[in-house]
Design a protein around this ligand. Sequence first.
Ligand code: HEC
Length: 171
Amino acid sequence: MKTTFTSRALTALGAVGLTAAFSLGSVQAREPYTQAELDKQQKALWAVSKEGYDLWHGSKPSMSTNGLGCGNCHPDGAAANPQTFPKFIPAFNRVATFREMINWCIENPQAGKALDVTGPEMLAMEAYAFQLHRGKPIEPGLAARQTSPVRVEYGKGFPSKPSMIGKDTRE
Ligand code: HEC
């Protein structure tokens, strides 16, 4: 009994020591970001989101064999509901990610070739959709109850030219 207590106490002390080592070592609170750094980060996000916008509007031919782009059925990202994932998707009969649902739509309504789920293009698609839904409460599972599409209240936030497939009305 005593031994157990002692070894537990030692383990706890070890954990404290480890925490102390971390806080004194490399893991330290950094200075707040400067405005220049924030601007750089925002520009980087916009660039990725802009690529997502292009993909959403048909810039990658392999994503569709029937001429449809995401923007045809999901203008302004309508009814894509990124803020409701992860959630149960009846077609998969399990809880799935937003990225899996993007690929589902590429392979089914667009009869195209799925994107690499961990690749830069999938990241771009996700960034664009989330960009349009910023400010929405995160509500995993919401649309599994078949609610109406969640309205997009904010524009894209980044400059872009209109594309030929689908359109975004909230510039
Ligand atoms: C022909 C119309 C059509 C096209 C084109 C289309 N989708 Fe969909 N999408 C749908 C339908 C219909 C559903 C609903 C499927 C369901 O709930 O079973 C859906 C559902 C989704 C969902 C899940 C929404 C939710 O609330 O669960 C996402 C995300 C999505 N689509 C993204 C995309 C993306 C990205 C593209 C382009 C690669 C795309 N869709 C192209 C018709 C389309």
